[in-house]
Ligand binder design. Structure first.
Ligand code: AKG
Ligand code: FE2
Length: 265
């Protein structure tokens, strides 16, 4: 699969993902800001098609609401309930999985494209990127209806790739504070995290329009998506990759995120 097929979906003219000057510029922006946004990544026609597809499959979404701390870990009973580590936050959304996305979808063409994977791996500085071994986790579409939100958290994965398809009338804003914790050195960032949760620290906001590609380092940068306001659903694609082949999401995580467990692994 070459540039021609990818070019049907991705605006290669404005986002020349195979050119080293563009790649280097993207890499620098990600390092400096902890986030990289590429507006107009999807061609307008492709965006319209993907919105239609996502709407057609919305009825299949698994909706869940969960209570979690910002580290996405169980409570620590040795710490008080009012400690930031034990502070509980609510997140809710709908989700469809890779197997529910049509085989000929532009999303699968982009996700599996060697050129796209090369582009990403250079930016995040991994040798190669691999899809998930389970049939659910590689490409997800998230649906946030009115009132649904993702509470403050850090990601488990070192980077995330998203594509916004539909922006709500209001709300649904991606907010983040860069480098709150240092997971590599075990610095939990309690003090800053506490200020953020209390609203005493002003987060950065990512201005994202439909068709924008976002690369985000969410492992150490605390982030959230504010509640959707109005009756237009926020629809967002998440592309998930691994640095090694053969990795599946754990069965318990599959059950929590997708409400089902794959039987083939
Ligand atoms: O919805 C978004 O824009 C970000 C999603 C996110 O932070 C996550 O899935 O962990
Ligand atoms: Fe996240």
């Amino acid at each position: 699969m070459g540039l021609n097929l990818l070019n049907e979906f991705v605006n290669i003219d404005d986002c020349p993902i195979t050119e080293s000057s563009f790649v280097n510029q993207c890499k620098e922006r990600l390092e400096k800001h902890g986030a990289l946004i590429i507006p107009g990544f999807l061609r307008k026609k492709a965006l319209r098609k993907l919105i239609k597809e996502a709407k057609e499959n919305q009825g299949k979404a698994f909706y869940s609401s969960s209570t979690h701390n910002i580290y996405l870990t169980p409570r620590d009973k040795s710490l008080p309930d009012n400690h930031i580590f034990n502070h509980q936050i609510i997140s809710s959304k709908g989700c469809i999985t890779t197997d529910q996305i049509p085989e000929n979808s532009g999303l699968k063409i982009i996700y599996r494209s060697i050129l796209f994977k090369n582009f990403l791996s250079q930016i995040v500085q991994e040798t190669s990127l691999f899809e998930y071994d389970d049939p659910f986790s590689s490409i997800n579409i998230h649906y946030a209806n009115e009132g649904q939100e993702l509470g403050w958290h850090f990601d488990n994965s070192s980077f995330a790739v998203t594509l916004l398809l539909q922006k709500p009338l209001d709300g649904g804003t991606f907010e983040y504070v860069k480098d709150v914790r240092n997971s590599e050195y075990g610095d939990m960032g309690y003090e800053t995290a506490n200020k953020i949760v209390l609203g005493h620290e002003t987060p950065s906001v990512l201005e994202i329009e439909p068709g924008t590609l976002v690369l985000f380092r969410g492992k150490d940068s605390m982030h959230r998506v504010t509640p959707t306001i109005g009756d237009l659903t926020r629809m967002l694609v998440v592309f998930a990759y691994n640095a090694k082949p053969g990795i599946s999401l754990s069965k318990s995580a599959q059950k929590t995120f997708y409400g089902k467990v794959a039987h083939n692994n």
